[in-house]
Ligand binder design. Sequence first.
Ligand code: ADP
Ligand code: MG
Ligand code: ZN
Length: 481
Amino acid sequence: MNDKAFESVIGLEVHAQLQTQSKIFCGCSTRFGDQPNSHTCPVCLGMPGVLPVINRKVVEFAIMTSLALHCEEIPPRSVFARKNYFYPDLPKGYQISQYESPLALRGSLEIPAGGNGLRKIGITRVHLEEDAGKLVHGEGADSGSSFVDLNRAGVPLMEIVSEPDLRTPEEAGDYLRRLAAILVYLGVCDGKMEEGSLRCDANVSVRRRGETALGVKTELKNMNSFKNVEKALAKEIQRQIALVSEGKKVVQETLLWDPDNEVTLPMRGKEEAHDYRYFPEPDLLPLVLENSWVEELKKKIPELPQEKADRFVRDLGLTRYDAEVLVAAKPVSDFFDETVKIHPEPKKVSNWVTGEFLRIYWAEGGGPVKMTPQNLARIIKMVDEGKISGLVGKKVLEESYKNGQDPEKIVQEQGLSQVSDESALIGIIDEVIKDSPKEVERFKSGEEKLLQFLTGQVMKKSKGKANPKRVGELLKSRLGK
Ligand code: ADP
Ligand code: MG
Ligand code: ZN
């Protein structure tokens, strides 16, 4: 089998849970994690005789997203539709969605394409719909029973459908991460795949290179992380190429990703063989958007990740790579911006933030930055002025991040100031010389690079407090060089 003879074609359908206080068609709270069925009313319980009312904020969020995704068309009139199917978590027996007349059409999103290049991925449509409830399967004494929690029923979802423009699992991952970042910058969704507030169905097919017609696709569901989307796609592409290479045919079907065994499994039975019998929702008027409102919302769009990265490259002289790393998480890029205002050396600040800072940030769970820009600026200054070594600087950063303490105070209380004084260093230097006779010999006989090793040993023994430059000088003079 020759994989190179084939290319894969991928299109993503993304559902984003919108961060509104109340549901899409009633006033119930969207809050997560409360007592089951505590956020319900006759509307989201699907009682007969009630009428849905559209949440203005939901429409506002969807318009802002459509603008941010450069949608060429946000029609002045869109229509809600009933999508009919039976499932116990859907009390009405239909989901209110949009079908033939979605909220927005023909947008795009740029992904990296090698070097400094970017490639445009088409966006087919953006539309609104309501979420369904959740089934909870009983355990212990309740095993065998299932329960319905309707807190999530009616939570607003925005669906963003891409064109089949993506060509590799990595591109699909890039597209998803970038889309998530845009939604987070806009403040419309928290972008967390792990928590289900961002969900992705991945459609994939393969074809021989050079062919233009699309192959038969399968649809992958149930991937709850960016990494899993990439893994599931890679596995499925392999499977399809193997089939086609053997002269067999890919069957159009929906597959579920099993993250524990890293395989895709066909969905049971005919669950997916739906005929949704869509028709316009008679309980809601068509959604009419006044142009003045759309124009007003245009002004509310903040600086988006792409623009921010461009600014970092253009105005602050960062590399494209560093700029992209910084803008991936909004709180981090904001923190970087603020720190540069206080300590106007962008490249230096970027090195600190993309290095040690990011490591600690993610180790501490991400989210809002738990440190002030002033404190990072103080640490960088102390290192620059030689008051502490770079190594100690990293340690102070970690402590200051974890407990919010003033970096100068940490240095003072723990006696971390850099030591350059000969009398304080000479003891450690002599110890290292005594403990490393082989390395000392090699250095003496001309192997210059051993100086680095010996300096490193002194740094370790001094717990990072020794001034490395001074240690190097003292080592040389001690060893008669
Ligand atoms: P369906 O009606 O099965 O939902 P759509 O035409 O609405 O299919 O497309 C759903 C998603 O699948 C879109 O993101 C689209 O880009 C993608 N897609 C459609 N056809 C293919 C194909 N042959 N290979 C890969 N992706 C595809
Ligand atoms: Mg589909
Ligand atoms: Zn309700």
